[in-house]
Structures are given as C-alpha cells and as structure tokens.
Design a protein around this ligand. Structure first.
Ligand SMILES: NC(=O)c1ccc[n+]([C@@H]2O[C@H](COP(=O)([O-])OP(=O)(O)OC[C@H]3O[C@@H](n4cnc5c(N)ncnc54)[C@H](O)[C@@H]3O)[C@@H](O)[C@H]2O)c1
Length: 309
C-alpha cells in the first residue's frame, strides 16, 4: 500500500516509517521538522519526504495523493508545552487534523490512524482505565487531542474513511530524544549518562504504564491494515511500574548508578496509571510484546550510542 506518515521525522513516526518499509510499503512523510529530525529518516532514502506543515491545506492535499492509509502523528506534543503555547494545540492538533481529514476525504484514502493520547482522560477515577472512562482533559493538549479524535470519528461516520484513534499511554524507546518538554525516561537517561542525581517528584510510589515504541508501531500497523474497524482504543503495556522501580530498572539497564533525590510532588500529576487494552486486542489483535526491562536495555544502548538503527 501507499502510506503517508505525518510527523514521520519524529520519535514514534520514524519507527512507524521503518516498519512500513520493512513490510514493503511505499511511504511519504510530511513533517515541518519543528520537533522531528531529518536524520531520523537518513536510513530510508526511499521515503518521499515533504517538508511542510499540516496547517497548510494545499500541502496536506499534495502529500495525500494516492494514499491508502494515513498515519497522522504531526502534533504539538505534551501537556507542559501546551500550557506554554496553547494556540499551537488548537492550530496544529485540531485544525491541522481537519486539513488531514479533508485531504484524505478528497483523495479517497481508506483509513486514518490518528495518534491520540491518554491525556484526554484527565484526572483518573478508576483503574484500569477503559475507553469509556470519563474524558475530562486538564491541559490544552488533552483537549486538542480529544477534539481531533472526535473529528476523525465524525469523518468515519459521514464519509467512506475508516478512523482509528490510538490513545497512547507513556511511550518510550529508540529515537526518543531528551528535550525541554521531555518525558521521564529520556530525562532519567540523560542524568544517568552524565552521572547526575535523578530527581523524583513526590515519594516515587506513583505508577505509570510505559509502552515500548515497537508495540506502538505494531498497534498502528495492525490498525492500518485492519478492514472495517473504526473507533478509539487504548494503547499501552497494561502493566504498571512505580517511578522508584523505573529508576532502578534504568540503572540496571544502563549499567550505571546515580543517587536519587526527592522533590515535592508536581501539581497536576496523576497518582496511578494503568490501561485496559482489551478493546484493541479484540478489534485488531494488538498484543504488547516488549517487557520494560528489555525495552529499557535497548533504549540505554541507543542513548549510549552503542545501538544504531
Ligand atoms: N511520546 C509519547 O509518550 C506520546 C504519548 C501520547 C501521544 N503521543 C502522540 O504521538 C504523536 C507523535 O509523538 P512523538 O512523541 O513522536 O513526538 P515528536 O515531537 O517526536 O513527533 C511529532 C512530529 O510532528 C512534527 N510536527 C509538529 N508540528 C507539525 C506541523 N504543524 N506540521 C507537520 N509536522 C509537524 C514534528 O516535527 C515531529 O517530527 C503525537 O501526535 C503525540 O501527540 C505521544
């Protein structure tokens, strides 16, 4: 098939591109390189790369020509970034998604697989979290992802465009770089690499459901090739780990030690997170395969430059 990956120069997108090519598909990437890296695509010269913005309707239409499945990842990513730059979330995540949907409709694209986020849930009320958990996002990011999800599902009702929205929990893995809005695993990895203390907010007994990027790729691929499936699905490992345990696992995975420091809890952080992934298992056979210790070992090798992809 011919696939378009918006945000394909980013962390998750570049891993999807690799898998699509390995499976023999033809791939176009649309990315404005705002948080992605052209070098993530250097191993794949066969990719048609369009440097452009999903906010530009004409660019989205051009990228979509002849595309059977679009994997839509381009976004302004993260809660903290959205609190600093809330208009980006409306413009890129909501209006940009509408541009992608319009382009898909005009091009006769069969399916959109949209990268949503567990951030749509907001304060967690029940565990494990099922898809029918209340959606009360507490950041502009979560609100924008929820709006974009709804737009995708509306298009799947109105037009011949299947739409699968994948609500990722905490994704980690190769090509995930440390930045100002970084997630906990890249931050801990940087501290370990430089022998600096790791700071944990609160007592470290809060839990998270970390999912390896290879499993997120699997979910995207299975959702993309499945026929007649639309809806919103949790994508996670369905296991949880405390942040204290995560720090220990990362020290073991990286074969480095550093002291742990404890700071005050961060306002707005949820205490526990754990997904129910039964719906994705039933709808398109999603099955996580990478356990955290193995995934962290691979990630630390990549961070240390011992693993090239
Ligand atoms: N990483 C996570 O834990 C996580 C969790 C939940 C959801 N997600 C979602 O997964 C998707 C990918 O996230 P990621 O972690 O790979 O982040 P990323 O920042 O590495 O990837 C986003 C990509 O989109 C591109 N982009 C941003 N704005 C664009 C625009 N206006 N036009 C074209 N391209 C644009 C960036 O350059 C980048 O390559 C995002 O939609 C994100 O919201 C990620």
């Amino acid at each position: 098939m011919k696939a378009l990956v918006t945000g394909g120069a980013g962390f998750i997108g570049s891993n999807i591109v690799r898998h699509l090519l390995n499976e023999g598909h033809v791939v176009t990437v649309l990315d404005n390189l705002s948080s992605g890296y052209r070098t993530n695509l250097s191993p794949f010269p066969q990719v048609a790369f369009i440097e452009g913005d999903v906010r530009d309707a004409a660019t989205a239409e051009r990228a979509m020509r002849g595309v059977e499945v679009v994997f839509h990842l381009a976004a302004s990513v993260g809660n903290k970034r959205s609190i600093d730059h809330p208009l980006d979330d409306a413009a890129i995540n909501v209006l940009g998604t509408l541009n992608v949907l319009e382009a898909a409709r005009h091009a006769g694209t069969r399916k959109i697989v949209f990268s949503s986020s567990a951030g749509i849930f907001g304060e967690l009320k029940t565990l494990p979290i099922r898809e029918d958990h209340p959606v009360e996002p507490d950041s502009p990011y979560g609100a924008s992802k929820l709006g974009a999800e709804k737009a995708c599902l509306v298009y799947s009702k109105l037009y011949a465009l299947e739409a699968v929205c994948l609500r990722y929990f905490n994704v980690y893995g190769v090509n995930q770089r440390y930045d100002a809005y970084g997630n906990v695993i890249p931050i801990f990895a940087q501290r370990l690499l430089h022998g600096e203390p790791i700071t944990i907010f609160g007592d470290g007994e809060q839990t998270r459901d970390f999912v390896n990027v290879n499993d997120v790729v699997q979910a995207n691929y299975r959702a993309g090739v499945a026929r007649g499936v639309s809806g919103a699905f949790n994508i996670a490992s369905a296991t949880r780990v405390t942040i204290n345990e995560l720090a220990r696992l990362m020290m073991a995975a990286g074969d480095r030690q550093c002291p742990l420091e404890y700071g005050p809890p961060r306002p707005g952080d949820v205490r526990h997170s754990l997904a129910d992934i039964g719906a994705a298992q039933r709808a398109f056979g999603y099955q996580p395969t990478v356990d955290l210790a193995t995934g962290l070992h691979e990630y630390m090798r990549w961070v240390k430059g011992e693993l090239t992809v």
